[in-house]
Design a protein. Structure first.
Length: 255
């Protein structure tokens, strides 16, 4: 072994020791350590556990549109993570005009927002989220949101949750009518580009099957499922899900 080889070997050992010490230090102080370079959050059902409100709003909207409410299977496979235009077209059974979509979507979102405003006690970020976001900001870890919510809802979230405290608002990706709905990978590809991190170097937090598929198709290697509405076992059979959490207090145990 040459002198250079020995120096490289010693340097690698030193690097591993430093990395180990950093991990132990972060865990000891109740912090987090992660090898990935960036984080992308879904929002609804992930950072804000509002799935039931969306569920109820779509139930009411579906009943108005076709006389019957969406069932649980339709909710999972045709509603959560999808664009309003796609959901409305599915409910109607035909392709409506842009104006018809706009009107129906606006009515649905007003129903949903009214539910949020009437339930301030539960209109809050999920347990442990604020502490985790504080950590990401303190440690300058790139992060953003990738949500299929439309602007009217995103503006509400920015205001009521003071998202500007933790997020660069210009980097939040939302449904603006040009991005295909999940499970298409586009929204996660765009979000990764916004934070200048390759998708394979990101962690994605998701609750919806369509969102998990979108992240996988985008090339994300680590997807953490958030069991906000579905039971933990629901996600355990999904190969691309690396971890399942029931709140963000669990983060320090898995990163």
């Amino acid at each position: 072994m040459t002198i250079i080889d020995k120096k490289i070997k010693n340097f690698n050992k030193f690097f591993l020791i430093v990395k180990y010490c950093k991990t132990m230090y972060n865990k000891a102080r109740g912090g987090f350590y992660m090898k990935e370079k960036g984080i992308i959050f879904d929002f609804n059902g992930t950072l804000f556990w509002d799935s039931q409100k969306h569920y109820d709003a779509w139930i009411e909207t579906s009943r108005k549109l076709r006389g019957t409410p969406f069932d649980d299977y339709e909710m999972v496979h045709h509603m959560f993570g999808r664009r309003n235009a796609e959901i409305i077209e599915y409910a109607l059974g035909y392709k409506p005009s842009d104006e018809e979509i706009r009107k129906i979507a606006e009515e649905k979102e007003l129903i949903y927002l009214d539910m949020c405003k009437k339930d301030p006690e539960n209109t809050k970020l999920a347990s442990g989220v604020e502490e985790f976001l504080d950590y990401l900001c303190e440690n300058k870890i790139p992060h953003t949101i990738a949500t299929m919510s439309e602007k009217i809802n995103v503006d509400f979230y920015i205001d009521v949750f003071n998202l500007a405290k933790w997020f660069n608002l210009d980097k939040i990706v939302y449904s603006d009518g040009t991005i295909p709905g999940k499970p298409a990978p586009d929204i996660y590809e765009i979000a990764a580009k916004k934070i200048n991190v390759a998708p394979e170097d990101c962690i994605v937090f998701e609750d919806a099957i369509s969102g998990i598929k979108a992240a996988t198709s985008a090339g994300v290697k680590r997807i953490i499922a958030v069991a906000s509405k579905e039971p933990v076992d629901f996600y355990k059979s999904i190969d691309c899900v690396t971890n399942v959490i029931t709140d963000f207090k669990d983060i320090q145990n898995i990163l």
